[in-house]
Design a protein around this ligand. Structure first.
Ligand SMILES: Nc1ncnc2c1ncn2[C@@H]1O[C@H](COP(=O)(O)OP(=O)(O)OP(=O)(O)O)[C@@H](O)[C@H]1O
Length: 136
């Protein structure tokens, strides 16, 4: 069964009150990350890479600016991958059959992930490269 044909999940009524609605929105967002993480192999790879980068950063005693750069690089890749997953899902829903525009949407979304990943490799090389070189 295609994901698009799956029965719609139960959506509870929106909670009353501003704070409860905000809390519910955070819940939806975290559920989105969890759902994508369970289904997307690329995100699971990013999760492992994130743990490794954080561990290496701790080991190398990074400074505040370096931590900021590494954090930005990590979150950029996660954000791009999550947008890519959302676009792929919507594209499969809107265009289950072959369509050049569907292909274009997926290729462009994948391009965003590629650019974010290249940026992360650059940041990682500049921050960790010299330290690892010294260790060798
Ligand atoms: N409905 C479609 N119409 C036209 N081309 C498509 C369509 N679906 C996929 N493609 C082409 O196939 C490529 C791969 O699509 P696919 O949905 O398999 O994503 P993927 O890159 O394998 O990502 P993932 O591994 O996350 O599923 C797209 O980038 C696009 O070029």
């Amino acid at each position: 069964m295609r994901e698009a044909d799956a029965p719609a999940p139960y959506v509870p009524p929106a909670p009353r009150g501003l704070l409860r609605r905000r809390a519910a929105s955070f819940g939806h967002a975290f559920r989105g990350v969890a759902v994508a993480l369970r289904s997307e192999l690329h995100l699971q790879f990013h999760a492992v890479a994130t743990v490794l980068a954080l561990g290496l950063g701790y080991y190398c005693h990074l400074g505040a600016t370096e931590w900021a750069l590494v954090a930005l690089a990590i979150t950029s890749v996660w954000a791009a991958e999550l947008f890519n997953t959302a676009i792929e899902t919507l594209t499969d829903l809107a265009s289950p059959g072959y369509h050049p525009l569907a292909g274009k949407a997926k290729d462009v979304a994948a391009g965003a992930v590629l650019l974010a990943a290249l940026g992360a490799v650059l940041v990682g090389s500049l921050v960790f490269g010299p330290r690892l070189w010294e260790m060798l």
